[in-house]
Design a protein around this ligand. Sequence first.
Ligand SMILES: [Zn+2]
Ligand SMILES: [Zn+2]
Length: 347
Amino acid sequence: MLSLIYKSEWDIALEERPIPQIQSQHQVLVRIRATGICGTDLGIISGKYHAKPSIILGHESAGDVVEVGSGVTTLKPGDRVVIDPTYYCGQCAKCRTGRQNHCMHKGVTETGVSSDGTFTDYYVTEDRFLYKLADHTTYEEATMTEPLSCILTGINQIQLLPNFRTLVLGAGPIGMLYSYALASKGVTGTIVEISAERRDIARSVAPQGWDVQHSLGDAVRLHSPEDGQVDLIVDTTGLLATPSIAHLAHGGYLMLVGLRDGESTFNPKEIVDRSLKIIGSIDSLGTFATAHYLIEQGIVPAKKLITHAFPVTDYSEAFAVLGCDLKGRLLKADSTAVKVVLHSGGA
Ligand SMILES: [Zn+2]
Ligand SMILES: [Zn+2]
């Protein structure tokens, strides 16, 4: 099967790999139909996020069940499914203390990072990580389930009120999904985006009641001309923690979800004195079924946020629309896309 392989920094290629086989009774062989390109993939390719060389990339996927192990009772060949790629063992110290997203086996089991992923034709997982798709949900739409699930996990860490003055920094897929997930809880806010092209797209796909601004300062002034403070800032860029803290109201939250190396500074006295909360969140924890529901019900309009789709063989073009120039070895902030999906061929 033709697979998109991570070889080393800025070096990815299509290579033939053997079709994986079911090896235990709860495993399921899935024929992959569509996989979303994630910021993590861009981070891996550009050398900002570590992945195991020779791994098949990709983790936001949907497809068809092809074969099931002898112990599988809830799925059968032909079922259309979305894959929860966040493997956890359920038995290690992290899993037994409610931190399955940090399962101690992650170093060898993380789909598309430390274990073979889904930019390919077939993938083996366990029945507990598969969710059936409704007839009206497309494979493409279903690829948004995993990133949405990560976002719901982030939001679960906030004692959210519908009247929180809220900013989401970055209008990429994660920023747009955050705005929709927050909107589903009654929150309205502002999306901040420096790229003019992405601002235009964001304006056309933002949830009702949300606006789009080009700078953090403008967004804060718009929301709270009186005190210049907001209650919740979600930074998906990984670059704006320090200026964000200055704009948080007492008891406010800074949610950090951009995987980017860097240094930020804060004054501990300020954090204490103003009861500020700085939260990091990665991967999903008990939220996949809810993400699946929100997409199935159209509460989060996945279709609207998918701006491009390519066959996996056109991966260079697909990465290019996300600002990732593979030949030039350059990751640009400008992008003409929100979510980009790759289709697998199957056999
Ligand atoms: Zn992802
Ligand atoms: Zn575990």
